[in-house]
Design a protein around this ligand. Structure first.
Ligand SMILES: NC(=O)CC[C@H](N)C(=O)O
Length: 367
């Protein structure tokens, strides 16, 4: 039924370029930074990953929706991207244990999505011209009005978004009789991180983004965790202060993605906005400690300054991205703190890097 109601839609980029498509169900207008993910699978996990808050997602896979959705495969309580742009949208799904079509899932979340877009041309345009804001809309006659509204959307650079997705109240996850207790700072945490920690005999208390070190410490944890999340890491001063306190006391600390960037900033290393981020499930990383390669899941638009990291007396680079040699992992020399720019919890993606969760458990054990 919805199919018959499909309306003409457009994507207007901040540089004035326009692409055309059709709406999936909902009509309206949505803004965000346009970015693309090259994963061939994992759309439900991507759409519900809080790290993507404020972004319009272009999926480069030719088909989206063909295996439906399943309630326990979401990475948070709701869809977090601000809009979807794709090529072929499957209204029908054929996975026997799927419980909803992607169309219904988008509808439940009131998400604006457009398909039949020349996503190859769009992606090569963004790839050449860099990440930028955009608007998607079914108001195809109102280009001038959309341009004006788009010019008022803040740039991702300098934008603090963790507060928009973090839990309002602390909560616990896992078995309270587990061997290890972990205090996790939620600056946009994905569920599969909690599953991975809990599966390794840990009980986790998750704290709001603006918590103090003392709030986390009161839980008497064996280790501390700084999560992934959306936006620019630089304005996250409270999280950086928490990281500094943990590092000062040399307590076991593990950080993923936004949490990794926060750890770098807490050590005086600056971050910068990349021309285009890394978003996909087959990013090659070299582990410099083992010299082994890892195929990793990635989703970031900021990176840490390589030169400052190389010249830092207390920091060792442990992982490097093999496509562009950006820093992908660091550890503090002779300390209990390590972190990575990518996603060892996968969801979606390969599990080559899950050993990092074991490493964190070992660090707690030794401590
Ligand atoms: N996945 C993440 O934690 C992303 C971190 C940060 N928002 C970035 O884009 O670089």
């Amino acid at each position: 039924m919805k199919y018959q109601k499909r309306k003409k839609a457009l994507i207007l980029l901040a540089d004035g370029t326009i692409f055309h498509g059709k709406s999936i169900g909902k009509e309206g207008t949505a803004f965000g930074e346009v970015c693309f993910n090259t994963g061939t699978t994992g759309y439900q996990e991507i759409f519900t990953d809080p790290s993507y808050y404020g972004q319009l997602m272009v999926t480069t896979n030719a088909h989206i929706g063909n295996y439906g959705t399943k309630a326990d495969e979401s990475e948070s309580d709701a869809i977090k991207i601000s809009g979807l742009i794709c090529k072929n949208f499957s209204f029908h799904y054929s996975r026997p244990d799927g419980d909803k079509s992607l169309e219904e899932f988008l509808d439940d979340n009131n998400l604006l999505a457009i398909s039949d877009v020349d996503t190859r041309a769009l992606v090569s345009h963004i790839r050449d011209h860099g990440a930028m804001n955009a608007v998607i809309s079914t108001e195809v006659e109102n280009v001038e009005g959309l341009k004006k509204q788009l010019s008022e959307v803040p740039s991702m650079e300098g934008l603090e978004l963790a507060s928009q997705v973090s839990t309002k109240e602390p909560y616990c996850y896992g078995d309270e009789n587990a061997t290890y207790k972990i205090a996790a700072l939620d600056i946009g945490i994905k569920k599969n991180i909690l599953r991975n920690l809990s599966k390794r005999d840990a009980y986790i208390k998750v704290f709001p983004y603006n918590s103090k070190f003392e709030d986390l410490e009161a839980f008497k944890p064996d280790g501390y965790f700084l999560s992934n999340g959306p936006g620019d890491p630089e304005p996250l001063l409270e999280a950086q202060a928490v990281a500094k306190e943990i590092i000062k006391r040399d307590l076991p600390l593990f950080g993923i993605c936004l949490g990794y960037q926060v750890i770098a900033l807490a050590n005086g290393i600056s971050t910068y906005k990349m021309h285009n981020g890394h978003r996909g499930i087959n990013h090659p990383v070299k582990n410099l400690l083992t010299t082994k390669g890892e195929i990793t899941s990635q989703n970031h638009g900021f990176a840490i300054n390589r030169e400052e990291t190389e010249n830092h007396p207390d920091i060792e680079i442990t992982h490097v991205h093999l496509n562009d040699h950006t820093v992908a992992g660091i550890k503090l020399k002779n300390k209990n703190c390590f972190s990575v720019q990518y996603h060892p919890e996968a969801s979606p993606g390969p599990n080559d890097s899950v050993y990092l969760f074991d490493q964190f458990i070992q660090n707690m054990k030794k401590n």
